[in-house]
Design a protein around this ligand. Structure first.
Ligand SMILES: *[C@@H]1O[C@H](CO)[C@@H](O)[C@H](O)[C@H]1NC(C)=O
Ligand SMILES: *[C@@H]1O[C@H](CO)[C@@H](O)[C@H](O)[C@H]1NC(C)=O
Ligand SMILES: *[C@@H]1O[C@H](CO)[C@@H](O)[C@H](O)[C@H]1NC(C)=O
Ligand SMILES: *[C@@H]1O[C@H](CO)[C@@H](O)[C@H](O)[C@H]1NC(C)=O
Ligand SMILES: *[C@@H]1O[C@H](CO)[C@@H](O)[C@H](O)[C@H]1NC(C)=O
Ligand SMILES: *[C@@H]1O[C@H](CO)[C@@H](O)[C@H](O)[C@H]1NC(C)=O
Ligand SMILES: *[C@@H]1O[C@H](CO)[C@@H](O)[C@H](O)[C@H]1NC(C)=O
Ligand SMILES: *[C@@H]1O[C@H](CO)[C@@H](O)[C@H](O)[C@H]1NC(C)=O
Ligand SMILES: *[C@@H]1O[C@H](CO)[C@@H](O)[C@H](O)[C@H]1NC(C)=O
Ligand SMILES: *[C@@H]1O[C@H](CO)[C@@H](O)[C@H](O)[C@H]1NC(C)=O
Ligand SMILES: *[C@@H]1O[C@H](CO)[C@@H](O)[C@H](O)[C@H]1NC(C)=O
Ligand SMILES: [Cu+2]
Length: 547
């Protein structure tokens, strides 16, 4: 007997009400099998509306977005929307068993939320199993009608927004080893006119690899990351971790010709094999004669200093639209180790790869996160159902050790065995959380892109080695730090983030490398309601999926 086959028709009328400034933007996602041929292989993947990447969603600041997701695939599905849209509507956030039970095959669920984020580039993707590999797309927020890009007004650029062409780089087909630009290895071409400024929207949709991105002969001016403005930052290389986005201006001030844009992996862990291909697209000046495009020289795959320079040099656009000052009074301080470890092999399995019948695991403060099975964390929190999670996620490492010293590798089974638990942190509404994220060297150091749902955070400081509470707070940027939703914590180093828990609900925080998320590099916050209706989580929608 084969798998059950589901036929699903989801023909809700597409409603694009562009009334006044705030509109209701309504879309349908038909998630189905798609047979594709990439790199000479035919394979069946799961895709939204038959395209890879899936449809680009365009909204304006203040709009309401309604997306009906019809699951015609044979897999359980949920969709997550990067950004802080789900304000008071955590039910639309998406992560499997944190927010919701999955949309089962043949079922549908309508995600609905108000766009409370600023103009910028975000994206959406499946947040369950490995489906994110092919179920993702760009989510572009444009300024309100009548408003323009602030960099148009302030920096006097004549910016051409590249409609519909967010440059998503990823590895769509499973077991393919090529990165892609806009879903297709090697075929993306951007035709430009000399003397203009183009807004490039760069999304790293790869599952497990950070990327270096360059355009031959051109510098780029970064104006936003994760849909938060930055002070304009001029660079010849962009570094983007899975989950992150970068908005950058490209000024076509070079000789009329053809130039490659190229992306290749940044590998921070000392691993022997990794996808080492370079993917390219072409920037072609209008009127260029036929000539081979010029190729940029990408950094070496392990060039941590270049990655760190880019990631730590960015600052926020203090005083710009949507700027929020750094909260000065901290209510809850956390020091959280992040890294890889081992777990004892589950019963009925053999784990030949790990020492003494163990297998890969990953943890935060030595707690390796396990998803609940009966109710989501949010349902359990909202309905006060016991036995789903506990609120004793430790605010400090249970064992203190020389976190980033490679010699702790010797103590392999002493430190590395991580308990598998569902521990979360309960926060009072509007409390300010500061978290030091400290990478560990237990199974080797690595840059982990840590993504927080529900909140943007300020990145106060970053560094290498062990965080020193006596010295490092002096390095905090409390004036104009970068604002993000995903921070690549330096390999063998640390980063300090701060945010205000002003969004009630249950929010996962996790490494955006899929393999680490699957191993348990995650935790969650449950944030209580505030005192007023305007600060209280809305009730669940009627079609909220059941387990
Ligand atoms: C979708 O693809 C899966 C995996 O290849 C296959 O088992 C299933 O039968 C396909 N379903 C449909 C409706 O074609
Ligand atoms: C969505 O699912 C509901 C049941 O959950 C069903 O009544 C409805 O027909 C479905 N809609 C579509 C368009 O498939
Ligand atoms: C997806 O496809 C459905 C039906 O095939 C269509 O109604 C809908 O508009 C498409 N959605 C997007 C976002 O393009
Ligand atoms: C969106 O905004 C409208 C109007 O301000 C409000 O009535 C509604 O509750 C909001 N919805 C969500 C999901 O936040
Ligand atoms: C890329 O990796 C493959 C397999 O690990 C290896 O055979 C090849 O030499 C590598 N290529 C480069 C340019 O490093
Ligand atoms: C930028 O990064 C370099 C290298 O890490 C560092 O020396 C420099 O101080 C940084 N500049 C700013 C403004 O952060
Ligand atoms: C594995 O188990 C054996 C026997 O219990 C023990 O002698 C050995 O030290 C263990 N290996 C490690 C890496 O701890
Ligand atoms: C790492 O640990 C070893 C053994 O405890 C110690 O000798 C060494 O000094 C440590 N390295 C650093 C940089 O602290
Ligand atoms: C993690 O917890 C396990 C079980 O309590 C313990 O054996 C191990 O040493 C701990 N490791 C760290 C890094 O705290
Ligand atoms: C949140 O706290 C700030 C002070 O830290 C206060 O100004 C603000 O009114 C509070 N907001 C709510 C909704 O309670
Ligand atoms: C899909 O989700 C349902 C409901 O939560 C669950 O019972 C089932 O085990 C899931 N299936 C898979 C393949 O994970
Ligand atoms: Cu990770």
């Amino acid at each position: 007997m084969g798998r059950p086959v589901f036929f699903l028709v989801c023909n809700l009328a597409l409603l694009l009400a562009s009334i006044a400034s705030a509109a209701i933007v309504e879309h349908t996602f038909d998630v189905q099998n798609l047979t594709v041929t990439r790199l000479c292989h035919r394979q069946v993947i799961t895709a939204v509306n038959g395209s890879l990447p899936g449809p680009t969603i365009h909204v304006k600041e203040g709009d309401t977005l309604i997306v009906r997701v019809c699951n015609g695939s044979p897999y359980n599905l949920t969709i997550h929307w990067h950004g802080v849209f789900q304000k008071l509507s955590c039910w639309a956030d998406g992560p499997n068993m944190i927010t919701q039970c999955p949309i089962r095959p043949g079922h549908n669920y309508t995600y609905k939320f108000n766009i409370t984020d600023q103009e910028g580039t975000l994206w959406w993707h499946a947040h369950v199993s490995w489906l994110r590999a092919t179920v993702y797309g760009a989510l572009i927020i444009r300024p309100k009608k009548g408003h323009s890009y602030p960099f148009r007004e302030w920096w006097n650029g004549n910016v051409v927004d590249i409609e519909d062409q967010a440059i998503a780089t990823g590895i769509p087909p499973r077991d393919s080893d090529a990165f892609t630009i806009n879903g297709w290895p090697d075929t993306y071409k951007l035709i430009v006119e000399k003397g203009k400024t183009y807004l490039l929207r760069i999304i790293n949709a790869a599952l497990n690899n950070q990327l270096f991105y360059k355009i031959a002969n051109h510098k780029l001016k970064v104006v936003a990351v994760d849909a938060a403005y930055t002070k304009p930052y001029v660079t010849d290389v962009i570094v983007v971790a899975p989950g992150q986005t970068v908005d950058a201006l490209l000024t076509t001030d070079q000789h009329v010709g053809s130039y490659y844009m190229a992306a290749a992996a940044y590998i921070s862990a000392g691993i022997p094999t990794f996808p080492n291909t370079t993917t390219t697209g072409i920037v072609e000046y209008d009127g260029a004669s036929i000539e081979p495009p010029k190729m940029p020289k990408l950094p070496a795959f392990n060039d941590t200093p270049t990655a760190y320079k880019f990631s730590s040099n960015l600052t926020g656009l203090k005083g710009g639209p949507h700027w929020v000052d750094v909260p000065r009074i901290v209510n809850y301080r956390m020091f959280v180790t992040i890294g890889l470890g081992l777990e004892t092999c589950p019963k009925n399995m053999v784990c030949p790869a790990g020492p003494n019948n163990t297998r890969g695991s990953a943890s935060m403060n030595n707690q390796s996160f396990v998803l609940p099975t009966k109710f989501s964390v949010l349902q359990a929190f909202y309905y006060n159902i016991g036995g789903v999670f506990t609120t004793d996620f430790p605010a400090h490492p249970p064992v203190k050790f020389d976190y980033t010293n490679a010699s702790i590798n010797g103590n392999i089974l002493g430190l590395s065995l991580t308990p598998k638990v569902t521990k979360v942190t309960k926060l009072k509404f509007n409390s300010t959380v500061e978290m030091v994220l400290q990478n560990t060297a237990i199974l080797g150091v690595e840059n982990h892109p840590m993504h927080v749902h529900g909140f943007n955070f300020h990145v106060l400081a970053q560094g290498f080695g062990n965080y020193n509470p006596a010295i490092d707070p002096k390095k905090f940027n409390l004036v104009n730090p970068q604002v993000r939703n995903t921070i690549g914590v330096p390999a063998g180093g640390w980063a300090v983030i701060r945010f205000i828990a002003d969004n009630p609900g249950a929010w996962i925080m996790h490494c955006h490398l899929d393999v680490h998320l699957g191993w348990g590099l995650a935790t969650a916050f449950v944030v209580e309601n505030g005192p007023t209706p305007e600060t209280t989580l809305l009730p669940p929608p009627a079609d909220f999926p059941k387990c």
